[in-house]
Each structure stands twice: as C-alpha cells, then as structure tokens.
Design a protein around this ligand. Structure first.
Ligand SMILES: Nc1ncnc2c1ncn2[C@@H]1O[C@H](COP(=O)(O)OP(=O)(O)OP(=O)(O)O)[C@@H](O)[C@H]1O
Ligand SMILES: [Mg+2]
Length: 320
C-alpha cells in the first residue's frame, strides 16, 4: 500500500543512519530560481515543499523525486541511491518522473494541478506547481466529516473532477492513483486532482507497467495484476471508491479482498433513502469488481451522474 500522507514529517532518517542527512531540504535553501520555505508533505516517493519564486515572490509547491525505499540525501544535499541494487530502479524512476513532468506542463485544466516548470538539481528532478490552498479530501473525510457528505457536495466535486480526468485521458494518460488523499478541495468546493506519480500512457506503450503503485481500497483489481488491462475504467473504479469513502467515511475494502469475498454492501442498499438512487447506482457501477462491468469512459460516467443531478431526480430525494 502507498504510504499515507499522515506521516508527513516522519521522513527523517533514524538516528543510527549516518548515510543520510534529512529527507527534506532546509528552509531558506536556494534551488534553481526558487527558495524553499518549508516542507508540505512527503513520505513515499517524494518530498513536497512550499517555496517562493525569486523573480516575483510568487508561492509555488515543489515536488522533489526522493523515493524513500531507494534513495537518501547525502551531506552535500544530493539524492543518491541507497545501494547498488537500488541504483537501476532509482535511475529509471527518476527518468519517468522527468518524462511525466514534461507531459504535465502541457496539461492545463482548472481541476488538475498545474505544473509550471521542472528542473534537475541535486542529482534528482524537481517539479514546480502552482501552490493551491485547500483541504485534502482524505483528511477532511477522516477528521472532520466522518463520511456522510451531502449529495450537493458530491455533485459539486465529482463532475468537475471528472471533467479534468477526461482531459487527462484525452491526452493519452491514465492517472492510476485517484484517491481522497490526492484531491484538494478549494474553498467553495472546487476540486483539484494532485499527484501524477503513478500515471501511465494509455493506450499501452513501452513505458507502461514499470513501478507499480497501489493504493488499497482505491486501486482496481486489474492494477494488482501485471497482465491486467488498464484503461479509463481503472480510474473510474478509483473515483467510485473515492465517492464511496465520502459516504462511508472509511476506506473501501481492497479490490483483491472483494474478489475473494465481497463484503461491500452496494451503496444503493447501504445508503438507501439518504441519497438519490441514481447517484448510488452510479457509484456502484464504477465500483464493479470486473472492469468490463464498469463504465468504459468518463463521458459515460458523467452522463449517469448528470441524471442524478437532474431536477426530477433531486425532487425524489427525501426532504427535497
Ligand atoms: N500544488 C500543490 N499545492 C498545495 N499543496 C500541495 C500541492 N501539491 C502537493 N501538495 C500537498 O502535498 C501533498 C503530497 O503531494 P502529492 O500527493 O503530489 O505527493 P506524494 O503523495 O508525496 O506523492 P508520492 O506518493 O508520489 O510520494 C498533498 O496531499 C498536498 O497536501
Ligand atoms: Mg499523494
């Protein structure tokens, strides 16, 4: 499972570990045309900082490629592989991070994190993003809401998010790590999809299938299988699971567990009379275990959601 973000600052090496200084650059560090202000997050594959652009003092978020399993920071700030065995994977991952950065600078959508720039320094790669204010949906659900968000919230967040995901698919990419901890909700409810660390080209290309990333509860069954056929339906499972967590307030069961014995009560049953039936059916549709049974495209899923948002459906809601 991918490292949750709650361990944001636990990236410091053990006291006994003399190889590494810190996983985070110090505040005040000057790098390329930016000055580091403070760490924002980090743990699995990267360290994320709040920084300022020297030219105009604009705040940016900078993501540094630093996979904890493979690499550490040396005394001179450089990122180096942990050992000979990690070297190949580290270099390959770094190359992919760089390629991904190049692709992302081209993608512009209000609901997709904006990559402004990327550069190489300290023997690693940095991705510069527009810094956005908001709440991480995963934290909001676990700490504040405990599930049970309103239908209105769902219909404000997800169609906008899906429109962004559609644009990603149209540009020949799958995100493959959509989950509440990779979604920022801006004030007013407009969502922003973050973290393209797992994204892969679609349809299949040479780049596919290296460095498998799994987020239990959100990754569909085909992502666990090296032979599995990934497509828009894979991102849609993750979106369905993300919506389901908005209802339940807890992590959905992992797909392999559901394949063995599905303990997940369909949303239409579990949340009957609390949300419109079409909305619940649409969530269940996206969360079908078998990929062939899910919506094939974002457009198909959005059309179903639009029906849930229609006035006649809303008036069928209790209390409407
Ligand atoms: N552009 C941004 N503006 C504001 N906060 C951001 C931005 N990008 C990232 N963050 C913060 O940093 C956290 C981690 O970012 P992200 O999910 O991209 O990296 P990550 O989970 O560490 O990636 P990986 O799993 O690949 O290591 C986010 O949950 C969010 O809190
Ligand atoms: Mg993330």
């Amino acid at each position: 499972m991918r490292k949750p973000l709650f361990g944001a600052f636990e990236g410091k090496p053990d006291r006994g570990d003399h190889r590494a200084s810190s996983y985070f650059l110090d505040p005040g560090t000057l790098i390329d045309q930016y000055i580091i202000e403070r760490p924002l997050a980090g743990g699995g594959f990267s360290s994320v900082y709040l920084a300022r652009q020297l030219a105009d003092q604009m705040q940016v978020a900078i993501k540094e490629y630093l996979p904890r399993r493979l690499a550490h920071r040396t005394e001179n700030q450089e990122v180096a592989p942990n050992n000979e065995e990690s070297r190949r994977s580290f270099l390959r991952g770094r190359q992919l991070f760089l390629e991904e950065a190049k692709v992302l600078t081209r993608l512009k959508h209000r609901n997709i994190v904006e990559v402004l720039n990327f550069f190489q320094a300290n023997a690693t790669v940095y991705l510069v993003m527009t810094f956005e204010y908001g709440k991480v949906l995963g934290e909001y659900l676990l700490k504040e809401k405990k599930g049970g968000v309103s239908e209105q919230f769902l219909l404000m967040v997800f169609p906008a998010l899906l429109d962004g995901v559609r644009m990603i698919h149209e540009n020949g990419l799958l995100h493959l790590d959509i989950k509440p901890h990779n979604i920022l909700i801006r004030s007013g409810g407009d969502p922003l999809l973050l973290d393209f660390g797992a994204s892969q080209p679609y349809p299949y290309s040479e780049r596919a299938r290296v460095g498998k990333v799994l987020s239990n509860g959100f990754s569909p069954i085909e992502q666990y299988d090296l032979e599995g056929v990934l497509g828009p339906w894979s991102d849609l499972y993750a979106i369905g699971a993300t919506m389901r967590m908005c209802l339940d307030g807890s992590f959905p069961p992992p797909a392999p567990e559901r394949t063995e014995r599905d303990s997940l009560i369909p949303a239409v049953k579990a949340f009957k009379r609390r949300y419109s039936p079409i909305l619940l059916e649409t969530i269940d549709w996206a969360m079908e275990i078998q990929p062939e049974q899910r919506p094939r495209s974002v457009a198909a899923f959005l059309a179903a959601l639009a029906a849930a948002a229609s006035p006649s459906e809303m008036s069928a809601m209790p209390g409407a």
